[in-house]
Design a protein around this ligand. Structure first.
Ligand SMILES: *[C@@H]1O[C@H](CO)[C@@H](O)[C@H](O)[C@H]1NC(C)=O
Ligand SMILES: *[C@@H]1O[C@H](CO)[C@@H](O)[C@H](O)[C@H]1NC(C)=O
Ligand SMILES: *[C@@H]1O[C@H](CO)[C@@H](O)[C@H](O)[C@H]1NC(C)=O
Ligand SMILES: *[C@@H]1O[C@H](CO)[C@@H](O)[C@H](O)[C@H]1NC(C)=O
Ligand SMILES: *[C@@H]1O[C@H](CO)[C@@H](O)[C@H](O)[C@H]1NC(C)=O
Ligand SMILES: [Ca+2]
Ligand SMILES: [Ca+2]
Ligand SMILES: [Ca+2]
Ligand SMILES: [Ca+2]
Length: 618
């Protein structure tokens, strides 16, 4: 067909009608021929005559002619089996059938014959009638292949999040809209702003309370209901906890994180402290306690999964290690990339970033299509969900798919599987580094792009990691000034076999560093941590806008970059004063916490490949 298309613009108009004419003509012929053709499979006696191939071929010729059929030869690799086709000249189909039956049943050398029936086989691909499904590029991207979460094959295997409940902790969920209602879980829901069980958002144009509903749709929008969109885990149940529409206290946050925690499996949190590039804040006493309690007691002891967005302060130089929700070891910290896989202007980076998934970018990049409230002028559907707020719920949906496959994964198994399966890819913004356990991490993209296919495959065969081991190294209390030249304070210490004996820890997961530092301009401080392997983490990034004169008070930074490495060896911390302001400033207190497990990764490294294999096979 291509030869009719002449590669010159002006000629195309001349040749186009001819091309159309030819293609429709041959096209219709092919189609009818295919449907109407009548064929028989015939098995001949392999010992016919002398049993040689040529004699069998000759017999096939004779037999096919005798009944007016065309011999199409041996069927595939099945020797002795021939395909005869009705060529449609002269006799009717009924006549042919009768003749075939009469002659073939009599013939000594015909072992078996059968008229071929059309087999009904449908391709295992899903067709949804939701009008916005074609625009949900994060689910199936034809424009940039590979830049989607690769979920359709998971759905085709009937894994849709069934049996799993995800709760959106936000400004409410409008559960009455068509795409939410059938999957809504009132049992998992609550309203902390009004203290009632109903998390319906307040219809307030000014406060724009559509955020939670949009996140909920990304996770569990009902498919194939001729309405709007399809959720990542559309078989899951979706609950809402309304907490962001009004004054928020530490105790409210604590209640939210554990609300209905035997019903809600996954908490999706697309919010955090101000992303203004100068805030250092996170959960306070009670919120922290609730996160820890959630992973211990939630989900029947397997641990609530807290998925949090890394933050939208990229344009203000913000870093998610100044966000205590993101750098908590109990949270799955998710950043965003645009539809081209690039880091958008708003995305924050940090050493505690676990992985990234898709969201909006600059103007020319598409945003996320999802549910929307229709309380005011909305339609229950939007093409404009943006920011890391839109990325975290997609990740929460993927975790729901994992938990359907393996309900008993612990909160740490989920993090491990993400580390194992997230895929590194090139983006000019990302600086990748391979750590001592062979994992690639970048502060921009964590361990890489989440991939629903890989996550669920790995979940299927994952062996649970042993109990969480932790070791806290001795606190350094004396004051240490940052020297005038070269403005870098270096601290190093060893973690020895004896140190780790009690906890049994061998392999690192999270490393936390809690510091108190005085400094007249906090944003000028840079803190780097080096693990024994040499892997570096920028745990404290400089921030242009952070002019806070008080430094840090017991702030915990964390990194996942040493994941899987041996905990033993020499560590180093460099505190640099990039502003070179004040020789009197310095470190007042520093403690280090190592969380890890008692297993040695290098021993089970071979499993790596096994985890990524295709386990759906049969
Ligand atoms: C969606 O609904 C249509 C009918 O509107 C049906 O043909 C199709 O099979 C359905 N798709 C799925 C995946 O259930
Ligand atoms: C995406 O999923 C399909 C199965 O639907 C799988 O065959 C393929 O390898 C996956 N691709 C990637 C890049 O993971
Ligand atoms: C999908 O799973 C549901 C619930 O387990 C079951 O009822 C249904 O038959 C399954 N469908 C297929 C095609 O396996
Ligand atoms: C990490 O990156 C290196 C260098 O690109 C690559 O060879 C290696 O396969 C990557 N490892 C993993 C686990 O993806
Ligand atoms: C750590 O151990 C090495 C030898 O294993 C030693 O040279 C070094 O001085 C130790 N460092 C500290 C801070 O104790
Ligand atoms: Ca209410
Ligand atoms: Ca829908
Ligand atoms: Ca932030
Ligand atoms: Ca985290």
């Amino acid at each position: 067909m291509r030869r009719y298309v002449i590669p010159l613009m002006c000629l195309c108009f001349v040749t186009w009608p001819l091309f159309l004419l030819l293609s429709t003509h041959t096209g219709s012929n092919d189609a009818t021929g295919l449907v109407e053709e009548l064929t028989w499979a015939v098995r001949l006696d392999p010992s016919h005559g002398s049993g040689r191939r040529e004699e069998l071929d000759a017999l096939a010729e004779v037999l096919s002619h005798a009944v007016g059929l065309e011999n199409r030869g041996v069927i595939g690799e099945l020797k002795d089996h021939y395909l005869f086709a009705h060529i449609g000249h002269g006799q009717s189909k009924e006549n042919t059938r009768r003749k075939v039956h009469a002659i073939f049943t009599q013939h000594d050398s015909v072992r078996w014959f059968s008229e071929q029936k059309l087999l009904k086989r449908s391709k295992r691909s899903l067709h949804f009638n939701d009008p916005k499904y074609p625009q949900q590029w994060h689910l199936h991207n034809s424009r940039s292949p590979g830049m989607d979460i690769n979920v359709t094959g998971v759905w085709e295997r009937n894994v849709t999040g069934r049996g799993v409940t995800v709760v959106v902790v936000d400004d409410g969920v409008q559960y009455t809209i068509q795409d939410i209602q059938p999957n809504y879980s009132p049992e998992g829901s609550y309203d902390l702003n009004s203290n009632d069980p109903d998390p319906m958002p307040r219809p307030d144009g000014y406060s724009d309370n559509h955020h939670g509903t949009r996140c909920a749709g990304e996770i569990a929008a009902v498919p194939n209901n001729s309405f709007c969109a399809v959720g990542v885990a559309y078989g899951s149940r979706i609950a809402g906890i309304r907490v962001l529409d009004g004054p928020l206290t530490d105790s409210m946050e604590a209640i939210a994180f554990n609300k209905h925690y035997q019903i809600n499996d996954i908490y999706s949190c697309s919010w955090g402290p101000d992303d203004d590039g100068k805030t250092v804040d996170g959960p306070h006493q009670l919120g922290k306690a609730a996160l820890q309690h959630g992973v211990i007691a939630g989900r029947k002891g397997f641990g609530s999964i807290f998925v949090v967005a890394s933050g939208n302060g990229g344009q203000y130089d913000d870093n998610c290690n100044y966000d205590g929700y993101a750098n908590s070891i109990y949270t799955v910290t998710i950043g965003a990339v645009n539809e081209a896989g690039e880091m958008p202007f708003y995305a924050e980076e940090c050493a505690s970033m676990l992985a990234v998934t898709f969201s909006s970018g600059d103007k020319q990049m598409r945003s996320i299509v999802t549910s929307d409230w229709d309380l005011q002028k909305g339609t229950g559907c939007t093409e404009g969900h943006t920011g890391t707020s839109a990325a975290a719920p997609i990740a929460a949906g993927m975790v729901a798919l994992m938990l359907q496959v393996r309900p008993c994964l612990t909160w740490r198994d989920v993090q491990h599987i993400i580390v194992f399966t997230a895929t590194k890819y090139e983006d000019h913004q990302a600086a990748w580094k391979t750590n001592g356990a062979g994992f690639n991490h970048s502060h921009q993209h964590g361990f890489g792009l989440l991939n629903a296919w890989r996550l669920t495959n790995a979940a299927k065969v994952w062996e649970s990691v042993p109990y969480l081991a932790s070791y806290v190294s001795p606190v350094l209390k004396e004051n240490k000034n940052i020297p005038l030249v070269p403005h870098v304070l270096e601290l190093s210490w060893n973690v020895t076999t004896a140190d780790l004996l009690l906890s049994g820890m061998r392999t690192l997961e999270h490393v936390g560093v809690t510091v108190s530092i005085t400094h007249p301009r906090r944003g000028n401080l840079q803190i780097q941590l080096f693990c024994p392997s040499g892997m570096s983490s920028l745990i404290g990034a400089t921030r242009k806008l952070d002019a806070d004169p008080n430094g840090f008070t017991e702030w915990t930074f964390s990194t996942v970059r040493c994941w899987g490495e041996n905990a033993e060896g020499a560590y180093r911390i460099l505190v640099t004063d990039v502003g070179r302001l004040d020789p009197m400033v310095g470190l007042k207190r520093l403690s280090k916490t190592f969380k890890g497990s008692s297993c040695h990764f290098s021993e089970s490294k071979l499993l790596d490949r096994a985890y990524l294999a295709d386990w759906w096979g049969s």
